[in-house]
Design a protein around this ligand. Structure first.
Ligand code: PPE
Length: 303
């Protein structure tokens, strides 16, 4: 990532290096906070933020699940996101809104802790590498299970949920893989450390239902693209051996965009190169985010 210039904090733009918080920030100790990851693309007609209102809605939904009352309206956060992109003179990059409980009382029960909001933005290239987007990545099924649906709320992008992701990611990378794939507590495929997953078998696309995973906005975009293309899509659980024998597979996420999977646990997926369905959806997606497909213009908020 590249350092930006300004970070929006509780209504004001502050210098990047001065965007500090108190050490007794509640979220830092106990992990109840929520964030978003949004991308802004240099589209043909100017810079555009991808599915901004959907990200803002999810940000507020996460807060609601966590009983966190964001002290700004959706409109205020939306214009703060746009303002942050502008203040950093970013034509293209990643935007990170964060809501957290500040310093006040200590102890698990938040009492007089103020709810704070920050928005940072920076230039961020391909999350799993340009090479990964082009030729696919290698996954390892994690020894860590995805959080149980009744222990961590998977519809909330809680900061604390990411401990599970970090454990899995570190293990996979230390063992020489690009990304971790987590199974749910019943042993079905759930998601990557920061991505949803799709597989293709005999022309049918499958993705994990929204029980144990984050309701990814890129996932939703791919489902819409597949439907528009007449590709059959099922939201259905699948096992690791079903994935091993898939014809194609790919990960989706704001950071990861659409990254083909070429191998899972040392087993080649299909021919070990991105397949035709993956390529087609990837092409449509990249055209959409760059404003080259009028069917998906409604996904772009030009700034
Ligand atoms: N599952 C998880 C666990 C997840 O963190 C993400 C996004 C997704 C699925 C895909 O959701 P969406 O971005 O709406 O399509 N992960 C974010 C964090 C990445 C990071 O390292 O930070 C992201 O892609 O912004």
């Amino acid at each position: 990532m590249e350092k930006g210039k300004k970070i929006w904090m509780d209504g004001e733009l502050v210098d990047w290096d001065k965007a500090n918080i108190h050490i007794l920030t509640h979220t830092l100790h106990y992990g109840l906070g929520a964030f978003e990851g949004i991308r802004c693309y240099r589209a043909d007609r100017g810079s555009a933020i991808f599915r901004l209102s959907d990200h803002i809605d999810r940000f507020f939904a996460s807060a609601l699940i966590g009983l966190i009352e964001i002290p700004f309206s959706k409109e205020e956060i939306t214009s703060a996101v746009i303002g942050t992109v502008k203040a950093n003179s970013l034509e293209e990059g990643y935007i990170r809104p964060l809501v957290y409980l500040g310093a006040g009382t200590m102890g698990i029960l938040p009492k007089s802790n103020p709810v704070r909001v920050a928005i940072a933005a920076w230039a961020w290239g391909a999350y799993l590498g340009e090479e990964g987007i082009k030729n696919g990545i290698r996954l390892k099924i994690s020894s860590f299970s995805r959080n149980h649906v009744n222990s961590s709320m998977t519809k909330a992008k809680f900061t604390g949920n990411y401990v599970n992701s970090i454990l899995a990611k570190r293990e996979a990378v230390a063992e020489g893989f690009d990304e971790a794939l987590l199974l749910d507590t019943e042993g079905y495929v759930a998601e990557g450390s920061g991505e949803n997953i799709f597989m293709v078998k005999d022309g049918v696309l499958k993705t994990t239902p929204l029980t144990s995973v984050l309701n990814g906005i890129t996932r939703d975009s791919c489902i819409r693209i597949a439907k528009d293309k007449g590709i059959e899509i099922k939201e259905e659980r699948f096992t690791r051996d079903e994935l091993y024998t898939a014809d194609e597979a790919f990960l989706t996420g704001t950071a990861a965009e659409i990254t083909p999977i070429r191998e899972v646990d040392l087993r080649k997926i299909g021919r070990g190169t991105p397949g035709p369905v993956t390529r087609e959806i990837q092409n449509i997606f990249f055209n959409a985010v760059h404003g080259r497909n009028k069917d998906y213009e409604c996904w772009l908020a030009y700034i």
